[in-house]
Design a protein around this ligand. Structure first.
Ligand SMILES: [Zn+2]
Length: 105
């Protein structure tokens, strides 16, 4: 007898089937690198810190609406954040996702 299994089950894939497409539409490779450099150049200071009157250098490029929430991988959905702000935003997004979709996490 099998123990009960919870959460989303991956359908077993036949060897001749293509692997599932990546769920996010993140640009990878050179296109992604170029856009990242562009955001860093345009937003050298962390947006969230600027809102609080602080000038902190941007460390990371953030998706304003996360890709997992249907956000796009385009310039208008990207912002420069310092690492502490990015970490805090990511943690909040994970917590929100867990609350709304406990089956997926
Ligand atoms: Zn910041």
């Amino acid at each position: 007898m099998q123990p009960p299994r919870f959460g989303r089950q991956a359908k077993p894939r036949k060897p001749w089937e293509r692997p599932p497409r990546q769920p996010d539409r993140r640009k990878r490779g050179r296109a992604g690198q170029r856009e990242r450099a562009q955001v860093l150049a345009e937003e050298p200071l962390c947006r969230k810190c600027l809102e609080r009157g602080l000038e902190v250098a941007t460390d990371e490029v953030d998706h304003i609406v996360p890709l997992s929430e249907g956000g796009t991988d385009t310039r208008d959905n990207k912002q420069g954040l310092c690492k502490p702000c990015h970490d805090a935003k990511s943690a909040a997004e994970r917590a929100a996702a867990r609350r709304s979709r406990p089956d997926l996490l």
